[in-house]
Design a protein around this ligand. Structure first.
Ligand code: 5GP
Length: 145
């Protein structure tokens, strides 16, 4: 499993502000934004700011901050989309499905009657993503986050 951090990866560029994202949340240690190829409406990514390829490279402080932020954002996704369930996912290594080599957590709303779309397959209309982000931001505000 590759643990050599490459600072040219796409999330590193987003973290440095070199590429845009549709952001819903930020604190000292993490940022959360909409996945541009969501597996379900509301699919959000929580990205630690620390330069770590995967969970194993993340400091304990970074891991703590990431799970707290993930819980906070997932609560807002739940409030905004009222899904039947929510999957929280985190992939380590290409063999496990990791496509971006900067550690991150997926928050994916799930519905009993609909299957997930493919992983990192199809871009969603940015205007739709912005609308979803607004709902999550409003829910975060509601919960005082
Ligand atoms: P992984 O496969 O590494 O667990 O997940 C990477 C995720 O990042 C995928 O779900 C993919 O759709 C998403 N993604 C890839 N490139 C970008 C991008 O440029 N911006 C955003 N917001 N998401 C991205």
């Amino acid at each position: 499993m590759d643990t050599q951090y490459n600072p040219t990866n796409i999330f590193a560029k987003i973290l440095r502000g070199e590429l845009p994202c549709i952001k819903v949340y930020e604190d000292d240690d993490t940022i959360a934004f909409m996945d541009i190829m969501p597996q379900a409406d509301g699919h959000t990514l929580v990205v630690p700011k620390e330069a770590a390829v995967n969970l194993f490279d993340l400091s304990e402080q970074g891991a703590q901050a990431a799970i707290v932020a993930t819980q906070r954002v997932a609560r807002a996704v739940r409030a905004a989309f009222a899904p039947d369930g929510i999957s929280i996912g985190q992939f380590n290594g290409a063999a496990a499905g990791q496509t971006v080599p900067h550690v991150h957590f997926h928050i994916v709303p799930r519905y009993a009657d609909s299957a997930l779309r493919g992983h990192a397959r199809e871009m969603q209309d940015p205007e739709q993503l912005k609308g979803h982000a607004q709902r999550i931001i409003a829910a975060l505000r509601e919960q005082g986050a």
